[in-house]
Write a protein that binds this ligand. Structure first.
Ligand code: PLP
Length: 382
């Protein structure tokens, strides 16, 4: 079955007794046992819940993994993945990545003796150079990165990792399994902030982990049940409902993003546009080869810092807000919002500078979005 069909049909058949098309929401913390040693397969909702299970199985199917696990947020999912590691383990991490992932590594996991090196994973030589034999246990990648849209060759990095017994973990939030399936490229674990494209409506937080092998799935399941950061049944239902339209949303958002990226490139106020769908983007060929599309995230730098405030304060349709991936277009100022926890000198080194804006392009009419950006930039000519 093709992915468009899988997502649209999500959850059908989950209720074999009554045949409801929409997945029932099992708002139950615990489950009654008929007799000693007889279980419906559900005992307690932290361990497993029927509504969450539909989402988890769907995630595993979409990513082509062995098992899926749903968490209360993307950071709960990232945290669960990092709990696989132990004191003394070392990770190699994309240097330009979601600020919260950096923060949890830098402020929390380092206290438990898990260290990380931040490298430009789009350069496989840098990855190889950072490997500490016996100590490095995983490479954690975002591709495209957030917010600079750098592309890592997932197949190449995963093969380097595999040959040394190192795990490859991919945060696939920006692409979704509709556009990119890291496990098929050799990754061992895929993690998502399902809050973004999977949910798709800026109305629910969630995280997903998918493991490629039975062994990894058992580890993740054990961590999920032991630490308890699970997604509730109501939110699991919202997530399933959102995923049903993933394919059409992504297609439309990507079309809109293409139009906006091309338009931005011609604007006199704009210094640089970062969108991997543009042929001039340094990772364009790699993403074309490893993914089915380019997503709908665009970052751009303006020529003068004053333009930042002007654009942010004057957009009317596009909302100035953190987050991404929903049907509504959002504009974000990474230096102050998503990446505010990264020290300034680190931000400047990796290019998350004060003149950078990030757009999450929604499903609105592209001309309306362009008009909105144009009126916001007006008067801000270079
Ligand atoms: C938002 C985001 C996260 C964190 O997810 P939450 O749902 O906000 O906890 C992790 N990775 C990426 C790439 C994100 O965009």
């Amino acid at each position: 079955m093709n992915i468009e069909t899988i997502v649209a049909q999500a959850g059908i058949g989950a209720d074999s007794e009554k045949g409801s098309i929409s997945v029932p929401i099992y708002h139950s913390a615990t489950f009654r046992h008929i007799a000693l040693g007889v279980s419906t397969g559900y005992d307690y909702s932290r361990t497993s819940n029927p509504t969450r299970k539909v989402l988890e199985d769907l995630a595993a199917e979409l990513e082509g993994g062995c098992g899926g696990y749903a968490f209360a947020s993307g950071m709960a999912a990232v945290t669960a993945v990092l709990m696989i590691f132990s004191k003394g383990d070392h990770l190699i991490v994309s240097d330009d990545l979601y600020g919260g992932t950096y923060r949890v590594l830098d402020k929390i996991f380092c206290r438990y003796g898990i260290t990380a090196s931040y490298v430009d994973t789009s350069n496989v030589e840098e990855v190889i150079a950072a490997i500490q034999p016996e100590v490095t246990k995983a490479i954690f990648i975002e591709s495209p990165t957030n917010p600079l849209m750098k592309i890592t060759n997932i197949r190449e990095v995963a093969s380097v990792a595999k040959s040394r017994g190192i795990l490859t973990i991919v945060d696939n939030t920006f692409m979704t399994p509709y556009l990119q399936q890291p496990i098929k490229l050799g990754a061992d674990i895929v993690v998502h902030s399902a809050t973004k494209y999977l949910g798709g409506h800026n109305d629910v937080l969630g995280g997903i982990v998918v493991g490629a092998t039975q062994e990894l799935c058992e580890k993740i399941k054990f961590i999920q049940n032991s630490t308890g950061g699970v997604l509730g049944p109501q939110d699991s239902w919202l997530m399933i409902r959102g995923i049903k339209t993933l394919a059409v949303r992504m297609d439309r958002q990507q079309d809109n993003a293409f139009k906006i990226a091309k338009w931005l490139k011609e604007r006199p106020e704009v210094k640089e546009v970062y969108y991997p769908g543009l042929p001039g983007h340094p990772g364009h060929n790699i993403i074309s080869e490893q993914a089915k599309g380019y997503g709908a995230m665009i970052s751009f730098k303006v020529k003068r810092k004053e333009f930042i405030e002007r654009i942010i304060n004057r957009v009317r349709i596009i909302s100035f807000a953190e987050s991404l991936g929903g049907v509504e277009s959002l504009i974000t100022y990474p230096a102050k919002q998503t990446h505010g926890d990264i020290p300034e000198e680190v931000r400047n080194r990796i290019g998350v500078t004060d003149d950078l804006l990030r757009l999450s392009v929604g499903i609105e009419n592209a001309d309306d979005l362009l008009k909105d950006l144009e009126q916001a930039m007006e008067g801000g000519r270079a």
